[in-house]
Write a protein that binds this ligand. Structure first.
Ligand SMILES: O=c1[nH]cnc2c1ncn2[C@H]1C[C@H](O)[C@@H](CO)O1
Ligand SMILES: [Zn+2]
Length: 398
């Protein structure tokens, strides 16, 4: 649970430390850049789709127990074993109907969690087993996102979702998937990505796909610096030209923290910071795959302090039993982050999105900043009310 007490000595006693409550975190407008469609299904949906499709391979058929199984199986400390759990979600995402449902529920779940803009990724090549074409997969997912956006609006939430098409790094379809991303760029697809086991599968194997996208003035991110360190990040940026880094957490290997607290950045870390290359950090996922030992020790604390372009993400909500609000709760608990920090992460993420500049700016000025201003005004009101002894201060700051 989120601590409501300020870190000792952090602020003068008369001014309450603005540690946001879980409810405020959920209501805060958030931006999500790294979330896998096949890593975010509701456990109940997995069970129901498996039944409909006759898939008998699920380790559990009770939704609660299945949710627990995913979380535990993904807790292995190894990216390779973490990735094995996706065979079950992929198995139930093979028909148009299933893809529409999963994408619709994804949009509804993110919206209910206070996400106002999301880029959700999936690998079309993993959804062809029942005869769908790559195009049919993309169109089904797009239909689901649009349905979900509409349902969310009816429920009083505002969300916009763009898709990222992922190519699997161990496979050989990246150019084809990049062409697909380009073809659908005005129809709900905003960019491209490569994912899958990192060690032994360098991003440079997919150079033709990245070069094609650059020629097309299109955008891409690359999973790099998660299970493998600096060489992977270096290749993703300097050979492939990635706009963002999926994870990139191991950039800390190029930062020396000295005993007196001062730091020295290596050439690569300096480059990433100087060029404002966005890091799509995913705290819980990193704990599960062994990239960090605890939330408090997660490099996000250092990277935020050094003003890297840090963003906070979920990666796989099912496998990590998380959501974006929960990721922020963990960080608030570990680092004492305030609403100002949450706004900083959200603006960072919005600046780093793959939609056009004017649309990003409109989201920042018309949705994100006013949303945080409103939450902060609640603090002011509660503070005034409790100081004057007249209003109700429950749920407010200590
Ligand atoms: O964190 C990750 N690292 C590398 N690959 C990942 C991660 N999370 C999910 N994937 C893979 C498994 C999915 O099937 C695929 C497409 O979403 O992307
Ligand atoms: Zn990922």
């Amino acid at each position: 649970m989120t601590s409501q007490t300020a870190p000792k000595g952090a602020v003068p006693a008369a001014v309450p430390a603005r540690v946001p409550t879980p409810d405020q975190i959920r209501r805060a407008p958030k931006v999500l850049l790294h979330d896998h469609l096949d890593g975010g299904l509701r456990p109940r949906t997995v069970v129901e789709l498996a039944r409909e499709r006759g898939y008998a391979g699920l380790p559990e058929t009770d939704p609660d127990r299945l949710g627990g199984w995913f979380r535990q199986a993904a807790d292995s400390g190894s990216l390779e074993r973490y990735l094995e759990t996706f065979r079950h979600t992929a198995a139930v995402m093979q028909t148009r109907q299933a893809l529409v449902r999963v994408a619709r529920e994804c949009a509804e779940d993110l919206a209910a969690d206070g996400v106002v803009y999301a880029e959700v990724r999936y690998a079309p090549e993993q959804h062809l087993d029942a005869g769908l074409t790559l195009q049919e997969v993309v169109e089904a997912v797009d239909e689901g996102f649009r349905q979900g956006e509409r349902l969310a609006r009816e429920a009083g939430h505002r969300i916009r979702i763009g898709a990222l098409l992922t190519a699997m790094r161990h496979a050989a379809r990246s150019l084809e998937i990049a062409e697909l991303a380009n073809r659908y760029r005005d129809s709900g697809v905003v960019g491209f990505d490569i994912a899958g086991a990192e060690a032994g599968h360098p991003p440079t194997r997919h150079l033709d796909a990245f070069e094609y996208l650059k020629r097309e003035n299109n955008h891409f991110t690359i999973h790099a610096g998660e299970a493998f360190g600096l060489p992977s990040i270096w290749q993703a940026i300097q050979w492939c030209g990635a706009d963002r880094l999926g994870h990139g957490v191991r950039i800390v290997d190029d930062i020396d923290v000295h005993e007196d607290g001062s730091v020295t950045l290596g050439r690569l870390a300096s480059y990433v910071r100087d060029k404002r290359i966005p890091l799509e950090l995913c705290p819980t996922s990193n704990l599960q795959t062994g990239a960090a030992a605890s939330y408090a020790e997660h490099p996000i604390g250092l990277l935020r302090r050094l003003h890297f372009r840090v963003t906070v993400n979920t990666d796989n909500r099912l496998m990590s039993h998380t959501g974006l609000s929960r990721e922020f709760e963990h960080l608030v608990n570990a680092f004492g982050y305030t609403l100002d920090d949450l706004q900083w992460f959200s603006v960072n993420a919005m600046k780093s999105a793959f939609i056009p500049f004017d649309e990003r700016l409109a989201m920042i000025n018309e949705v994100i900043k006013p949303g945080y201003a409103e939450l902060k005004s609640e603090w002011l009101f509660r503070q005034t009310a409790s100081t004057s002894g007249s209003g109700r201060a429950e749920g407010g700051p200590p």
